[in-house]
Design a protein around this ligand. Structure first.
Ligand code: VAH
Length: 317
């Protein structure tokens, strides 16, 4: 049985549905802070309320459902974490320790995401290596580097089978992201359809790695199913599908919506975070050690995003 924390989040929403499709609805226990009515994740299989800072409750759920795989997604993202650093530390690190202790006690295979946010201003920005300096200057980055080290520690010290990826910005049409820095690349699609214009809070020329959610979900499944003996790295693998700056995604959208216009009103806080991150990271280790690949590039993602959002009626709002 698979336990997922943060199951109603941007990644969790699509990962739970995909895992239920593959492993069976009753084998994926979704958990989150709240239980919304009529939500696909809540209605399509087992759901439990869980605040990941409550370790005892997490262990109770793991025991009750005889969980053997723990996917820990519950966390505050970069912009929220920078606005509320102590809350971020408590949730991101307190939640992670509880999840790792649960995985250790119930001998679970374990996944939690890291991020391009785990790199900082002194990290090589172009084609950032798998193994390189990691001195992030954001609370989110401190959480992610600490998380990577803690997950490797539980692997070497306690034999917990921990695995992770450093996600780039994730773009999805199912569940909106919350509190990220890369979320401009999601907002732009909604605004393009509703208003045919978008004001970017990230400055022109700011390149960041990005990935379509279906590729991100597949990467988690592929890594968790990978042969452990082939893994030279564990926490966490660089993965990416594309790297672009705001003007490039705007130009791609313009191919579908010719009257679309974008302008800029830079948010100093989120721009300050983005400026410390790489422009593009090197995913070679993931490709070599567990066959990572991404299906969607910018052109394919843009076409799919616009079509799926239209099907949801976003352009009628
Ligand atoms: C964020 N979407 O913006 C997340 C992610 C790489 C970015 O960690 O915080």
């Amino acid at each position: 049985k698979i336990l997922v924390t943060g199951a109603l989040g941007q990644i969790g929403t699509e990962l739970v549905m995909k895992m239920r499709e593959i492993y069976g609805n009753d084998n994926v226990i979704a958990t989150d802070l709240r239980k919304p009515e009529g939500n696909n994740v809540v209605e399509s299989g087992p759901f439990e309320l869980l605040d990941v800072t409550d370790g005892a409750r997490m262990k109770e759920i793991a025991k009750e459902y005889e969980v053997d795989t723990l996917i820990h997604l519950a966390a505050l993202l970069s912009a929220t974490a920078e606005a509320k650093p102590m809350l971020a530390w408590n949730i991101n690190m307190g939640g992670l320790v509880n999840a790792l202790e649960t995985a250790k006690e119930f001998n679970c295979k374990f996944f939690t995401p890291s991020s391009i946010g785990a790199f900082g201003p002194s990290t090589p920005k172009k084609n950032t290596p798998q193994d390189t300096i990691q001195r992030p200057t954001t609370m989110y980055g401190v959480n992610k580097v600490s998380g990577e080290l803690l997950c490797d520690y539980y692997f070497h010290k306690f034999g917990v089978d921990t695995r992770g990826v450093r996600f780039p910005g994730l773009i999805s049409y199912v569940a909106p992201p919350g509190g990220g820095t890369t979320d401009y690349a999601v907002d732009i699609f909604y605004e393009a359809l509703k208003n045919k214009k978008y004001t970017s809070y990230i400055a022109e020329g700011t390149c960041m790695d990005m990935m379509y959610m279906s590729d991100a979900v597949q990467a988690i499944i592929d890594l968790m199913e990978a042969d452990a003996s082939k893994l030279k790295h564990r926490n966490a693998f660089n993965i990416t599908a594309m790297s672009f700056e705001p003007s490039e995604i705007a130009a791609e959208i313009k191919k579908h919506i010719p009257e679309f216009e974008m302008d800029y009103d830079v948010d100093p806080m989120r721009q300050g975070i983005a400026d410390t991150w790489p422009d593009s990271i090197d995913p070679t280790a993931a490709k070599e050690e567990w066959g990572f690949k991404a299906e969607f590039d910018l052109a394919k993602m843009t076409a799919d995003m616009l079509q799926k959002l239209k099907e949801k009626g976003i352009d009628q709002e």
